[in-house]
Design a protein around this ligand. Structure first.
Ligand code: GCV
Length: 715
């Protein structure tokens, strides 16, 4: 090799090494040298010296005002967070001058009577910079022990996001009492619709020996105010009730308890019979009632803080009360009565429907099922039953209207079920931040009796003053280091929990918190990731299913690839009824299935007339010709073509947007996420071409921009 070549090679190598070194330095700053995967948004990366200086005056001691498992956790978390982010070495004990004071409101009052106390409900917290015994101190008060722990997490989050806390006086309380996640884990270790690896709880038909990840999950959940977790699939295995299984479940409860997270089980209603104890599971049979009582008492002996049950019945093959001609209320109440003396609750799912509907009957409509089944039972459920309603009337599609059942129960507790795991929204292989979608559902005004009655207020029991209510999020985290298969998908878990705590938070505020906690405070990183996440739902919708058409994916297979014909001519009822002339489900009262009639009159007035039905839900409510002109002035078919092309193009642009973060995000994470965007760009093109060509073949109407049919015109 000639010397000039050596020099050029050396230059190139030198440049590459420099790049790597630079990227490496920044990488260290961004990752903070902490394990960032399993810790997710709790990475507690060291702050830069300048930022850390803001917190130099924070107390050097922590004093806990009574002994409890959860307060002990709170103290340890505080010590750990302060040490990792600020290098502060906080000592436990009161014999200091300045102190972090951790306790209930009543205890704080006893010690510092001069402090004017706020009102604080269960799980709420108060962060207050205050003088205690004459020294500048910091009060973290809770409505209960869990509230204190939540207060510690809130304080640490403020520091990680470099917020000014010098004069903090912040009271925060949850919007609803029950904020649960559901895991669809099977006892063999698989997770139904899980995209983050195998179960953290179960393997080979039993509870795992090592429950470290369960404990870490408890920490993550507690940090965002989740207080319950149903640990097994709603397509439930009755074996969880076997005498030898309950002690195993106790171990999971033990792993969660320090974090104030109660566990609960999905229950198979046929368990009394399936386990061979009785010849019936008829909820009105006194022997069945006695069976549930005995079983529940047994569980509470092992797990005194057990939360209760989640129940899927008469749905997709799950056994239910219809076997004996009984109602869903009969089934819910028999179990609720066994739980009631212990303070447990039943989340009874409204997802009851017939999946053998006759598709040829144009009046049949799966969307009607939840309301048809549960509205007539309003008032018949016990006070510790909560009807768990999916946000939309079908099944977690990329766009659905809210379920009318939210407005159909006036004397019954409700919870909203949201799907964090991205079953129909890209399976964590594609970016789809769901908080903006959930916000639309929660803010939707049902106009009951022409009053402002948003869904969030209904599920919190605020409208009809029901005893309880809440949120259930299907999370399905797994053993993968980053829990969900994709680091960016964790924003949905974080966002679900933040909305359950406070549904008035904006999507922008939530993603800003999450990005800062996960990736640090570099303004370019925060700006770029926030913007990508916030646009991602709409982009995904644009290339997979605009205008509320419903399922275009393979519903009899993987729920992922485009397969628009798979939803037709079968009993599942996820029909879009596309034919040569038009597309959409006619759900009007006038000519269709009458589904729209399940909404309060003010909402019916929006959806029933074509003229007022919003474009984004048009095909959910109406069957229209391809030549129908939208509010935008475009024909329906042209909109479908354009939307798919624009969506695919925008998905492709994620790549360049992500590339602007090279050197600002730790290299391994940067490359991993880049590869995901490259993959998504390809998938978006597959979706675009499949759907556009399919609808072109069906309708015969060409794209005005001439983008279609070229291949099929080839000889
Ligand atoms: C747990 C959809 C999913 C099923 C899921 C069901 C449910 O149909 O595809 O996997 O079953 O919803 O919510 O019960």
């Amino acid at each position: 090799m000639k010397s000039a070549q050596y020099i050029r090679l050396a230059c190139v190598l030198g440049f590459l090494l420099l790049q790597a070194a630079l990227a490496g330095t920044k990488a260290l700053a961004e990752s903070g040298g902490t394990p960032i995967d399993t810790e997710a948004w709790l990475r507690y990366a060291p702050l830069e010296a300048d930022s850390a200086r803001k917190y130099a005056q924070l107390p050097s001691r922590v004093e806990v005002l009574h002994e409890s498992l959860v307060l002990d956790t709170a103290q340890k978390e505080l010590i750990q967070g302060m040490s990792r982010m600020l290098g502060h070495n906080i000592q436990a004990g009161s014999e200091g001058k300045d102190v972090f004071l951790l306790g209930t409101l009543a205890e704080i009052h006893k010690l510092v009577p001069e402090l004017k106390l706020p009102r604080l409900g269960a799980d709420g917290y108060w962060l207050k910079a205050a003088k205690v015994r004459g020294y500048d101190s910091f009060v973290i008060a809770g409505g209960n022990d869990r509230g204190v722990l939540y207060g510690v997490f809130a304080l640490l989050s403020n520091i990680a996001r470099e917020q000014d806390i010098s004069k903090i006086d912040e009271v925060d309380e949850p919007y609803t009492p029950l904020r649960w996640v559901n895991q669809w884990d099977n006892l063999d270790g698989n997770i139904e619709r899980g995209y983050g690896g195998p179960s953290i709880f179960f393997a080979d038909g039993k509870v795992r020996d090592d429950l470290t990840r369960a404990g870490q999950y408890g920490r993550l959940l507690a940090s965002v105010g989740i207080n319950g977790c149903t640990i097994n699939n709603v397509n439930a295995d009755p074996r969880v009730f076997r005498d030898d299984f309950i002690p195993q479940i106790k171990r999971i409860a033990d792993a969660f308890r320090p974090w104030g997270v109660r566990i609960s089980l999905s229950a198979d209603l046929s368990a009394p019979k399936a386990l061979g104890d009785l010849d019936s599971f008829d909820p009105l049979d006194p022997r069945v009632a006695a069976w549930w009582k005995k079983k529940v008492d047994e569980i509470y002996r092992e797990i005194p803080d057990f939360g209760g049950f989640t129940i899927k019945a008469d749905s997709e093959g799950q056994p239910g009360p219809s076997t004996y001609g009984r109602t869903q209320a009969d089934a819910a109440n028999v179990i609720a009565r066994a739980l009631q003396p212990h303070g447990g609750v039943v989340f009874y799912r409204a997802f009851v429907y017939n999946h053998h509907l006759d598709w040829r009957n144009l009046k049949n409509d799966r969307a009607r099922a939840a309301y048809d089944n549960f509205h007539p039972l309003d008032g018949q459920f016990d006070d510790n039953v909560i009807i768990q309603i999916k946000n939309g009337p079908i099944d977690f599609q990329v766009r659905e209207p809210v379920s009318p059942l939210f407005a159909g129960l006036h004397k019954t507790n409700e919870a909203i079920e949201l799907q964090i795991t991205q079953e129909y929204t890209g399976q964590q292989r594609q970016l789809c931040f769901l908080v903006p979608m959930w916000k639309e559902a929660l803010d939707f005004d049902m106009r009951i009796d022409d009053q402002h009655t948003p869904v969030k207020a209904l599920v919190a029991g605020r409208v009809f003053h029901r005893p309880t209510g809440g949120f259930a999020g299907v999370a399905n985290v797994g053993m993968d280091a980053n829990w969900m298969g994709s680091p960016l998908a964790l924003a949905n878990l974080y966002g679900f929990a933040r909305l359950a705590w406070d549904p008035d938070l904006s999507a922008q505020a939530i993603i800003e918190e999450w990005t800062r906690l996960t990736f640090g405070n570099d303004p370019l990183v925060v700006r770029t990731i926030d913007s990508m996440q916030l646009r991602s739902w709409h982009i995904y919708e644009s290339y997979t299913g605009p205008l509320g058409a419903g399922t275009m994916t393979n519903i009899t297979g993987n729920h992922y690839d485009p397969a628009p014909e798979s939803s037709e001519r079968n009993g599942w009822g996820q029909w879009h009824r596309a034919d040569h002339d038009g597309i959409g489900m006619d759900r009007t009262v006038a000519t269709g299935t009458g589904f729209i009639g399940q909404y309060p009159p003010a909402v019916q007035k929006i959806y029933e007339p074509l003229a007022s039905c919003p474009d984004e839900l048009l095909l959910f409510f109406h069957h229209v010709p391809y030549t129908h002109v939208l509010h935008s002035g475009k024909t329906l078919i042209q909109h479908i073509y354009d939307s798919h092309y624009e969506g695919a193009e925008q998905a492709g642009e994620f790549i360049e947007q992500w590339k602007t973060l090279r050197g600002h995000v730790e290299e391994a994470r940067y490359s991993d996420i880049l590869a995901r965007f490259e993959y998504q760009a390809g998938e978006a093109i597959v979706w675009r071409d499949t759907i556009c060509n399919w609808i072109y073949q069906l309708s015969g109407i060409p794209d005005q921009k001439g983008r279609l049919g070229k291949e099929s015109r080839q000889p």
